[in-house]
Design a binder for this molecule. Structure first.
Ligand SMILES: Nc1ncnc2c1ncn2[C@@H]1O[C@H](COP(=O)(O)OP(=O)(O)OP(=O)(O)O)[C@@H](O)[C@H]1O
Ligand SMILES: [Mg+2]
Length: 223
């Protein structure tokens, strides 16, 4: 269970204070697939970075299974990110000079999987998301956008995260490929009971998630 209470985040910019999140409260059950929609600048990416402990809130709390992640030590936050969270981004963020297989193996290394188990597990994860043996050996630049996003999802799943945070995971894909990536995430949330929180601009996709949060000027409403 993820419980966010009175979360506020402001940034100091040259033109004054920007309140990116303004008193946001929400809760998401384990295994739920939630979407977040809202205009550019409404605070969507800021909210995901708070949930992933990539940045600290100005005030408020983020309880993941009753532990406030904003109050963890830096060391524990790093461990939370590596083991509990899988990130998927619009631009995939794969390491360009590593093969698909090596990208996933690296995530396993960060998560503490013993060296002798990494290759087999990475190959299995990639094959589960539809990346075949030949594609596994290729660098990201030699894969299509949809294939790169599958690799990014396999990497996000590497350490059995409790939560997957996805920032416009289908934003760079045509609608058919985007739908397939979405279906893949949906199947995961069902089969692994993984909580998925995905930012999207695609109303068709948002409409198919368990629930949708709408951000407007840093404030949240539920649909
Ligand atoms: N590091 C920062 N410093 C200053 N202002 C920031 C910072 N990060 C975000 N902001 C501001 O906070 C607000 C919310 O930004 P955020 O990136 O969360 O929006 P978004 O909803 O993800 O937009 P988009 O759909 O364009 O990705 C914006 O006004 C943005 O300019
Ligand atoms: Mg954003």
């Amino acid at each position: 269970m993820l419980v966010v209470k009175n979360l506020t985040k402001s940034f100091n910019s040259p033109s004054g204070k920007v309140t990116a999140l303004n008193d946001v409260s929400l809760s998401i059950k384990t295994g739920e697939f939630a979407s977040i929609i809202g205009k550019s600048g409404s605070g969507k990416s800021t909210l995901l970075s708070m949930l992933g402990a990539l940045d600290v809130p100005t005030s408020g709390s983020i309880d993941v299974d009753d532990i406030d992640i904003a109050k963890l030590s830096e060391h524990k936050q790093t461990s939370y990110r590596a083991k509990q969270i899988g990130f998927v981004f619009q631009h995939y963020n794969l390491i360009p000079n590593l093969s698909a297989l090596q990208n996933v193996m690296l995530a396993l290394e960060f998560g503490g999987t013993p060296a002798r188990l990494r290759k087999g597990r990475a190959a299995q994860l990639l094959s589960d998301v539809g990346i075949d043996e030949d594609q596994q050996m290729r660098k990201p630049s030699r894969l299509s956008g949809g294939q790169q996003q599958r690799v990014a999802i396999a990497r996000a799943l590497a350490n059995h995260p409790a939560i997957i945070l996805a920032d416009e995971p289908t934003g760079n894909l045509d609608s058919e490929t985007g739908q397939k990536i979405f279906d893949l995430l949906h199947d995961l949330s069902r089969s692994e009971n993984t909580t998925i929180i995905a930012v999207t601009h695609d109303m068709d996709i948002a409409g198919k998630t368990d629930r949708t949060f709408i951000l407007k000027d840093g404030k949240i409403t539920t649909k």
